[in-house]
Design a protein around this ligand. Structure first.
Ligand SMILES: Nc1ccn([C@@H]2O[C@H](COP(=O)(O)OP(=O)(O)OP(=O)(O)O)[C@@H](O)[C@H]2O)c(=O)n1
Ligand SMILES: C[C@](O)(CO)[C@H](O)COP(=O)(O)O
Length: 407
C-alpha cells in the first residue's frame, strides 16, 4: 500500500530573487517584519504543517550568510526538516528548476512550490494545497479578482475586457506532482521558454491539467516598499519590549585607603574586603542588567570561587552584561544606583562615576544616575561597618518570536 499523501509532500521555497522592486539594501526575503526575517516566517509556517516531509530553499549564492541567520532563528525540529539549500538562477523559473532537481520523487512524489516573499501563508491554505494533490497533478491557490481587468497596449489603449467571473489572481504555494512538473521544466528549458512567472503557467504550457483551489487574500507577496510599510509594524525595525530589574550589593570595610565606587577610586579611611575590587555600585548595576536579561547574576558568570576574578576590576562585569544586551539585539535605556553609607561623601565624585559607568556600559552619561543616602546611623552602614548599593536597569529587547517571546 502506498504512503498516505501527507507523508509524500516536499516544499520548495524560492528565495533567490534580488527584490529590486522592494529596494532597501538587502533582498526582501531577508528583511525583518516585526523582528523576524521574512524567510524565517515563511519557513516556520511550512514547518508547522506535518504533511510536509521535507523543505528545500533555493537561494542566491551571495546570500549564504543571510540564509544561515534565518535558519538559526528556527528551532532544532524545524531545522531538521530542511535539506541543504540549492543555488537558484537568474529567473524565478530557473530557481524553481534548481530546487526541483534535488528532490527525490521516489520518497516525495509531490511538491508545493512557494515564494519566500509570501510569509503570511496560513495553515488552512497549506492544507488546501495538500488536499488538492489528492485529485490533481497541478493545483494553484487563486482568489477572485475584485477589480475589472483590462488588456492594454503599450501606449495604454484598451483592447479587451475579459469577463471578471472567470478570472483568478493566483498565489503560491502551488501544488504539483513532482515528476511531471520537473519534466515540464526541462521541456520549457529545451524550448528556450524561460519567462514563465509561475509554475502554473509553465505546467499549462506543457499540457498539464491545471486546477485552481481557494487562495487567501492575506497571503500577499511582498513586492514593493509599500508592502513592507503596510504589513510591517515597524518596517524592518524589530519591535522592542522594555524590561526593568534591580540589583543590590554590600561589602564590609577593611584595611585600605580608598573604595572603588562606579569605577572611580574614592579616597576613604578604609578599603573593602572583597574577592574582586569590591565596587558595590558596579556589582549592583551588573546584577540589575543581568536581571533584566533574566541571565542569572554576577556570581553565575564570575564565580567568586574562580581565582581568575580575584582582585578583578569590576568594569569587566558591567561591560560583560552590557555586551550581552547588545548581543541580544537590545539597548540599555537607563542605569540608576543609590549608594548607602555614612562616609565617604559621594557628591564630589558623582559626575566622575556617571561618566565612568556610561563608558563601561557604552551609553550616554545622561542615561546614568548616581544617588547617595546615609541610613541615619542605623544598621551596618550607619555604624560604618560597610557600604551598600542598590541599582535599577531599564533595557529594551527585540520581540523575536511570533508568540511575542523575546530572544
Ligand atoms: N531569480 C529568482 C527570482 C525570484 N525568485 C523568488 O521568487 C519569489 C517571487 O519573486 P519576486 O517577488 O519577483 O522576487 P524578486 O525577483 O526578488 O523581486 P524583484 O523582481 O523586485 O527583484 C521570491 O521569493 C523570489 O526570491 C527566485 O528564487 N529566483
Ligand atoms: C508565482 C507568483 O507569486 C504567483 O502569483 C508570481 O507570478 C510571481 O511573480 P514575480 O514577478 O516573480 O513576483
Amino acid at each position: 500500500m502506498g504512503k498516505p499523501i501527507r507523508e509524500t509532500i516536499a516544499a520548495l521555497v524560492v528565495a533567490a530573487g534580488r527584490g529590486t522592486r522592494a529596494g532597501a539594501g538587502i533582498p526582501k526575503q531577508y528583511r525583518f517584519l516585526d523582528g523576524i526575517p521574512v524567510l524565517t516566517r515563511t519557513l516556520r509556517a511550512l514547518c508547522a504543517e506535518p504533511a510536509i516531509a521535507t523543505i528545500v530553499v533555493a537561494i542566491h549564492p551571495d546570500d549564504e550568510g543571510l540564509y544561515a541567520a534565518c535558519i538559526a532563528a528556527l528551532d532544532e525540529s524545524e531545522r531538521a526538516r530542511l535539506l541543504p539549500p540549492v543555488h537558484g538562477g537568474a529567473t524565478r523559473q530557473s530557481s524553481v528548476h534548481a530546487g526541483l532537481c534535488v528532490l527525490d520523487a521516489s520518497t516525495c512524489p509531490h511538491v508545493l512550490v512557494h515564494d519566500a516573499a509570501r510569509p503570511f501563508l496560513s495553515r488552512d491554505l497549506i492544507q488546501r494545497a495538500c488536499m488538492a494533490l489528492v485529485r490533481h497533478d497541478a493545483a494553484l491557490p487563486g482568489i477572485p479578482v475584485t477589480d475589472t481587468i483590462k488588456q492594454v497596449t503599450d501606449d495604454g489603449r484598451v483592447t479587451h475586457t475579459p469577463p471578471r467571473d472567470g478570472l483568478r489572481a493566483v498565489q503560491t504555494p502551488q501544488a504539483f506532482r513532482l515528476a511531471p512538473l520537473l519534466a515540464a521544466h526541462r521541456r520549457a528549458l529545451d524550448a528556450g521558454m524561460t519567462g514563465f512567472t509561475d509554475d502554473g503557467a509553465l505546467a499549462e504550457w506543457a499540457g498539464m491539467d491545471v486546477h485552481v483551489f481557494a487562495g487567501d487574500p492575506d497571503n500577499v507577496k511582498l513586492t514593493h516598499e509599500a508592502d513592507f510599510l503596510r504589513y510591517a509594524e515597524n518596517d524592518g525595525v524589530p519591535r522592542m519590549i522594555s524590561r526593568m530589574a534591580t540589583g543590590f550589593d554590600v561589602h564590609i570595610f577593611g584595611p585600605g585607603n580608598h573604595v572603588m565606587l562606579g569605577g572611580v577610586a574614592v579616597p576613604h579611611a578604609h578599603g573593602v574586603v572583597a574577592h574582586s575590587d569590591g565596587d558595590v555600585v558596579l556589582h549592583a548595576l551588573t546584577d540589575a542588567v543581568l536581571g533584566a536579561l533574566a541571565e542569572g547574576d554576577i556570581g553565575t558568570h564570575f564565580p567568586p570561587s574562580d581565582p581568575q576574578w580575584r582582585h578583578a576590576s569590576s568594569d569587566r562585569f558591567l561591560a560583560f552584561a552590557a555586551a550581552r544586551v547588545r548581543e541580544r539585539g537590545g539597548v540599555i535605556d537607563f542605569l540608576d544606583a543609590t549608594i548607602l553609607c555614612e562616609r565617604p561623601r559621594i557628591g564630589p565624585h558623582r559626575e566622575a562615576m556617571r561618566a565612568q559607568i556610561a563608558q563601561i556600559a557604552g551609553i550616554d552619561a545622561d542615561c546614568v544616575s548616581i544617588k547617595a543616602t546615609t541610613t541615619e546611623k542605623l544598621g551596618f552602614t550607619g555604624r560604618g561597618e560597610g557600604i551598600a548599593a542598590q541599582a535599577a536597569a531599564t533595557i529594551r529587547l527585540p520581540v523575536t518570536r511570533q508568540s511575542g517571546d523575546t530572544a
